[in-house]
Write a protein that binds this ligand. Sequence first.
Ligand SMILES: Nc1nc2c(c(=O)[nH]1)N[C@H]1C(S)=C(S)[C@@H](COP(=O)(O)OP(=O)(O)OC[C@H]3O[C@@H](n4cnc5c(=O)[nH]c(N)nc54)[C@H](O)[C@@H]3O)O[C@H]1N2
Ligand SMILES: Nc1nc2c(c(=O)[nH]1)N[C@H]1C(S)=C(S)[C@@H](COP(=O)(O)OP(=O)(O)OC[C@H]3O[C@@H](n4cnc5c(=O)[nH]c(N)nc54)[C@H](O)[C@@H]3O)O[C@H]1N2
Ligand code: SF4
Ligand SMILES: [Mo]
Length: 752
Amino acid sequence: MLASEEGDIVSEIEEIATRVAYRTCPLCEATCGLEISLEGDRVTRIRGDRDDVFSAGFICPKGSSLKQLHDDPDRLRAPLIRRDGVLVEATWEDAFAFIASRLPQIIAEHGRDSVAVYLGNPNVHNMSGVIYNRVLLKMLGTRSIFSAATVDQMPKHVSSGLMFGHPDTISVPDIDRTGYLLMLGANPKVSNGSLATAPDWPGRIAAIRERGGTVVVVDPRRSKTAEIADEHIFIRPGSDALWLAAICNVIVADGLVDLADLEGHINGIDAAAAALRPYTPEMVAAACGIPARTTRRIAREFAAAESAVAYGRIGTHTTRFGTIASWLVDTLNVITGNLDSPGGAMFPKAATERPRSRRGFRTGRWTSRVDGYPEVRGELPVAALAAEIETEGPGQIRALITVAGNPALSTPDGARLDRALDDLDLMISVDIYLNESSRHADVVLPAPSPLQRAHYDFAFTALSVRNVANYSPEVIPREEGTPDEWEILLRLAAISSGMPPDSDIGPLDDGVLMTMISAAVGAEQSPISGRDPAEVYAGTAGDHGPERILDFLIRTGPYGDGYGTRQGLSLTELRANPHGIDLGPLQPRLPEIVTTPSGRIELAPDSLIAALPGLDELLGHDEPAMVLVGRRTLRSNNSWMHNIEVLVKGKDRCTLQINPDDAHRLRVADGSRVVVTSSTGSVTVPAAITDAIMPGVVSLPHGWGHGSEGTAMETAARRPGVNSNLLTPSDLVDPLSGNATLTAIPVEVRPV
Ligand SMILES: Nc1nc2c(c(=O)[nH]1)N[C@H]1C(S)=C(S)[C@@H](COP(=O)(O)OP(=O)(O)OC[C@H]3O[C@@H](n4cnc5c(=O)[nH]c(N)nc54)[C@H](O)[C@@H]3O)O[C@H]1N2
Ligand SMILES: Nc1nc2c(c(=O)[nH]1)N[C@H]1C(S)=C(S)[C@@H](COP(=O)(O)OP(=O)(O)OC[C@H]3O[C@@H](n4cnc5c(=O)[nH]c(N)nc54)[C@H](O)[C@@H]3O)O[C@H]1N2
Ligand code: SF4
Ligand SMILES: [Mo]
């Protein structure tokens, strides 16, 4: 009796103490559902949520390490202020007072453009960043805006803007239905996918093959994805645009153009065909390292497939021809009738999607002061940031705010930027670590851990291979007196507009929502068109912050309840569905999705046609002996998860992959240290000899190079690796998008 009574007591205690929370993983674009077991506020286990409507239990090693990230003693929990040259812990009040004593003064003396902002990648995975960075930028009123987008996907925004009318109208590969996937410069087996949100890419690739489809991977490395594909084709780094031109050329020359349902929706097909005419498979063969017969075969297979889709990512985007490559990927999809068609490239319909105007898209409304680069989406190339800090004159950058970014490691010519960061009059970092960039800051404001904030993927539901909506509340409460990230951003916004550091930010937050409501009630297509703004405001769930705005965006979005005008989604509905709500497979969206002034897809935008002959530069030159490409590894996340022991233990991952022929020629032994030198810098790193990489190409992952003085990431410092961006030059940007060149970097390799 006693024993069972005891048992009852024990299980009762367990019942009180343990709980399970469901949470979308915010670490990468795959948006996996996590099942998180807790005892009180201590995480005991994280595994894949088998009931998640999209990920069905899939998880990678990073997802479960959110526990270690949360528990990491190096993760910042209190603000830091630089006093007598050293960063010391301070109260939130003191930190904001410090900023208020410096920032408005710099703006008053040197003008608004003297304050720059750099927004890093995790902002896109964070409701606070997505909504409130815009408020910060607006209230700062600066044009000195930089982000990780210009070391990443900016070419896709530009080509999409020019072709479809809006830079966010991005087509994604419908991998769950396609019969033929042609993938360039992407390694989703490892990266878990990008600009194509899908949990379990490996399983989805296997499914294509199981249903009789074909997967072809074009990459200078036989990547993990290439290993699970039907075919892998080595390509000379940096030449994707040229090869895609030849593929399109074959489609046209062989009479394989078939617009199918796109007939009547396309402008410029003749102009595009004429511009591509010179680029025959024979002409590009040497530069691409791909025999003409292979190019012809792939073009014909692609055209013949029941459904087919071309998909290009980092490797195609991070070159001077990134925008051209991105345009040609979509051109290939269009001319084979595979755009906006199941199994082809389709347009997601996110639950928070806003109607887009028919203004069309343009770049270059202003230019960068020193190098004259055109503005793109209101941003300047981050490759130009160091020059803007170093170069004196009106408009020189004197202060920098970084939010969730590590540009010292993530952007080209890291050594130069690292020096420039030291020259700033003021640097403010909102970050969870004291890393290679935030170590230069005068004030560091720690954001809460990912488990301490609510989550909804505004960005990735718009890039998803299936329409899904999934909201997760915070899993663990924030420590008493600690602001959420949106409050930090809003307070920075307030201070930058001259408000006192301790002002009530509530009215500002109300204003953010009210502006959105006013726009919606005034918009014809909105379900709340003509409604009373005050009534809508009063009916919005929650009393502040990103969740209240999420409720508004969901309810006025394409599946929303329109504030009672129809059956549909709201935040309440999302909360009731912790495993997500499946909104079904992607649907054809033409013509409504196209917002070019003509109302048609523009296949031959002037700026792209004019830039195309630039590709000739790749032809007929002497190849440099060696070129450098990057790579990602499964347990990394750009530069910032190397402080987690479970992710970095084991063999060294920051190695230089080199082909056996090159290793033999250069007398490099496996595991020996080699010096890699580019026009920009030099690093010493262990060699890893492998025939998975093309002769003449070496590969080094980015995001390493830890342990510099003033950082506080002990585990990372023990396995520092080297910064591959010491080798990437800052003066080679894609002129159309401002994107940095991070691949095909000429280098010399020699043994130590
Ligand atoms: N050579 C080379 N360079 C590359 C690439 C490449 O392929 N090759 N890839 C590029 C790409 S695609 C990208 S996206 C960029 C990434 O460039 P960045 O965004 O500059 O770098 P990350 O390493 O992602 O750094 C993110 C920072 O955000 C912090 N952080 C994490 N979560 C939060 C949070 O919730 N709030 C706040 N405030 N901070 C947080 C982390 O501590 C870290 O300091 O790197 C680029 N650099
Ligand atoms: N594990 C892990 N996952 C991540 C990240 C991470 O750091 N680690 N980062 C996240 C981020 S921010 C992003 S943007 C995505 C990126 O996701 P992906 O675009 O899939 O990026 P990578 O895995 O770097 O794969 C790029 C591939 O391009 C190849 N490549 C290099 N140069 C060329 C070229 O000139 N032509 C062609 N055809 N191929 C080339 C490389 O060999 C590599 O295999 O990954 C996300 N997911
Ligand atoms: S694949 Fe991406 S979203 Fe899924 S668990 Fe891993 S890091 Fe998280
Ligand atoms: Mo990225």
